[in-house]
Design a protein around this ligand. Structure first.
Ligand SMILES: O=C(O)CC1=CCC(=O)O1
Length: 96
């Protein structure tokens, strides 16, 4: 199943820089691993915002929930999820 996910990140303004850097590093490492596995299909920065738009390809919504809540930045993100299905006029096979 494909899910469109928007994540808006808001770190506490007084979080020490070293702690923020460590969170971002572990988030990046997990994001790389999930992209290589094919579960995190797309990861785009929203221009001008500390936010991303992503597409996840997971088995079900429970797996998506487990994945999102495992992200190191999860406690500092507002997350919006939209389930996707194939558009009848799409010329792609849904795998793209
Ligand atoms: O910077 C972000 O949008 C949050 C994030 C997702 C994957 C990553 O490495 O950072």
């Amino acid at each position: 199943m494909l899910f469109h996910v928007r994540m808006d990140v808001q770190l506490p303004p007084h979080m020490p820089a070293a702690q923020a850097d460590e969170l971002k590093k572990t988030e990046r490492e997990l994001a790389h691993s999930l992209q290589r596995s094919g579960k995190w299909r797309h990861l785009w920065r929203v221009a001008g915002q500390y936010a991303n738009v992503s597409v996840f390809d997971v088995g079900d919504v429970e797996e998506l929930h487990a994945l999102l809540t495992s992200l190191p930045l999860f406690p500092y993100m507002q997350i919006q999820v939209m389930p996707l299905c194939r558009h009848p006029s799409s010329v792609r096979d849904g795998d793209a």
